[in-house]
Design a protein around this ligand. Sequence first.
Ligand code: MUC
Ligand code: MG
Length: 391
Amino acid sequence: MKPAGAVSEVTKIDQIETLILDIPTIRGHVLSMATMRTQTAVLVRIKFADGSEGVGEGTTIGGLSYGAESPESIKSAIDTYMAPALVGRNGDDVNGAVQLVDKLVKGNRIAKAAVEIALWDGLGKRLGVSVAQLFGGAVHERLPVAWTLASGNSETDIAEALQMIEACRHNIFKLKIGKRDVKDDVAHVARIKQAVGDAASVRVDVNTAWSLQDARWGLKGLQDAGCELVEQPVPARYRRAMAELAAGYEIAVMADEALNGPEDALEVASSKAADVFAVKVAQSGGLKRASEVVAIAQAAGLGLYGGTMLETGLGTAAALQLFATVERLDWGTEFFGPLLLTDEILANPITYRDFCVEIPKGAGIGATLDADKIAFFRRDGGRTLKALAGE
Ligand code: MUC
Ligand code: MG
């Protein structure tokens, strides 16, 4: 038997390229720590010796305001440290690549995820199977998908919510709060819940903005307003505060920023610091690490939610491949990233209908890039865009 990691001339990693895209959002997306008007995505393309290719995405939110990685640091970590270590290796050995990169590079989980997705995509394409198949097979064809209300204005948010319900696009709404006073935020949530009534589930994401004291008032008010879940009310490292809140109120407490891979997942679960995990592929460090976070939640009896970093269709397709294999997603998903952007970068856009997002079909992650869109949105100006889309 060929030893794992042995170089096959056929599947050798020949080249790893990255580029940054800046795509405007359809409206300002007002979060507690930043207002987004553009989303920036880092795309990775891996070329293998047999001519096959794999693509991946590593995306964060609001520059450096959400977490420790920026689009520029993601690109530079891949170009400078990961690509040189991986070129020449057997491209079929995804686990070996993940383990090697984990040894060579601390943290930088979003950069790791981008490369790992491209490796899975390439492997799936070479084998003619989806990435979901590589993870044991899809058990869902579609998944419930939330929309985030974050215009910064209650009236606009209500109009947006009612329009989404009417169009059967979303009936789960995540409201971004934490920028205003707690009382004002609770009043804003209550107005929206009252407007949508039983036609929709209303949840909030505080993106770490509250102190424990704020959160005590906030959870009490949100619960009374009919809000079902609060995501990361306090800073990621406040595990005891999260545990107090999870134990003290009926409203579900979901961990997001606190979950950077399986080690965090184990600590959050064992300290009872959440009822639900928002599992993000990027934040976990890739599809495999995200699957480990999922397994920890399942073993601990916690709820699961498919989280996003507002990736383009590419990163969204990759996440859908993994979450298609997860038996119970009690809280659904928020894989709506492409819908927040003014333009689509996939030639085969992801389908949203009947309050669900459909799992892309086809080999690998099931995403084909639109070369002209890549050309238009790439930060460095468009000279090799057709190459990235494989033309
Ligand atoms: C986050 O913090 O969860 C996900 C949806 C959205 O609107 O923002 C993100 C980030
Ligand atoms: Mg969040």
